[in-house]
Ligand binder design. Structure first.
Ligand SMILES: [Ca+2]
Length: 302
């Protein structure tokens, strides 16, 4: 486009053109503008607006879906991980497999509920008697996929100390360890940032506080409504979306020099609701329990 404009300006500025040639030139110019330039301009504008608005996904074959209908969590899809070891982040909750902490609400939702325990406290956590219970559900060994669109519709909990997440880990974690296995955090929300969600990747040499990603701000508190959180993951590309709006694209060029892109093998999914830890901080006297993370569905496409 710019190259053509330059040529036109240069030609128009030529004072050696005779009158007849000038008319021909004007006709040619009109022809260029109406037949060549304008249609292409419209095409370019159309493509620009298409890109800003809806992004049509290349992944449209449904390979996994849990709509959370019925009365009991589908054990063929999800496993509850159990324990109060801090989960790598000095988290305060003890994860159970109890329906106190993860259940279907009968209205088509999975609820992960964090509960503050009353004395006598009987569960052991890394810091002493556990103060909270919650749940962490994984598809490890049950569903894993390389590439695709991974999506969940979630209403996050609210309040200081809450940390809810929908994320993925590489299925080779037991063999190669973290963060060599790779981690893709499709959505994380911490209570002290009520209007913000995070999309992040962790890998070898860029994990923890060196992880790479972006945040997306929502005008109202994220916990006010359900939102659709998704990641589209293809060869050498991971993209993050909230409600269909893409807010970050990551490629190997975003990694530190020499770091390895490890997103080239199947990953499994995790839904969890943690309490405390250094990132979001611990609950304080303003925090209200129990709190719910409500999940309408999880869908995966290829
Ligand atoms: Ca549902």
């Amino acid at each position: 486009m710019k190259f053509s404009d330059k040529n036109l300006v240069k030609k128009g500025g030529n004072s050696h053109i005779s009158k007849g040639e000038k008319m021909n030139y004007d006709n040619n110019l009109t022809h260029l503008l109406t037949r060549v330039f304008l249609p292409h301009l419209f095409l370019v504008l159309f493509l620009c607006f298409s890109a800003i608005g809806q992004t049509k996904s290349a992944f449209n074959k449904l390979t996994f879906s849990d709509e959370f209908e019925g009365k009991q969590l589908d054990q063929s899809k999800w496993t509850a991980e159990i324990g109060g070891k801090g989960w790598g982040n000095q988290e305060l909750q003890y994860y159970t497999n109890s329906t106190e902490n993860a259940f279907l609400d009968g209205a088509g939702n999975l609820v992960i509920r964090a509960v503050k325990l009353n004395p006598p406290l009987s569960l052991d956590c890394w810091y002493g008697p556990c103060q909270y219970t919650s749940a962490r559900l994984i598809t490890k060994g049950k569903f894993q996929q390389k590439y695709g669109r991974f999506e969940a519709r979630i209403k996050v909990p609210s309040g200081q100390g809450m940390w809810s997440a929908f994320w993925m880990l590489g299925n080779d974690i037991d063999k190669v360890g973290w963060a060599q296995c790779g981690e893709i955090d499709i959505m994380e929300n911490i209570g002290r940032e009520p209007k913000t969600v995070h999309g992040t990747i962790h890998g070898p040499g860029y994990s923890g506080d060196k992880s790479i990603g972006a945040l997306f701000k929502i005008k109202k508190n994220v916990s006010d409504d359900f939102h659709v959180f998704s990641t589209e993951w293809g060869e050498n590309k991971i993209e993050f979306f909230v409600d269909g709006k893409r807010y970050k694209t990551l490629t190997p060029k975003d990694l530190p020099n020499g770091a390895k892109w490890v997103y080239d093998h199947p990953f499994f999914m995790i839904l969890n609701f943690a309490i405390g830890g250094p990132w979001g901080g611990n609950p304080d006297k303003t925090s209200v329990f129990p709190q719910k993370m409500v999940i309408d569905y999880v869908r995966v496409y290829q």
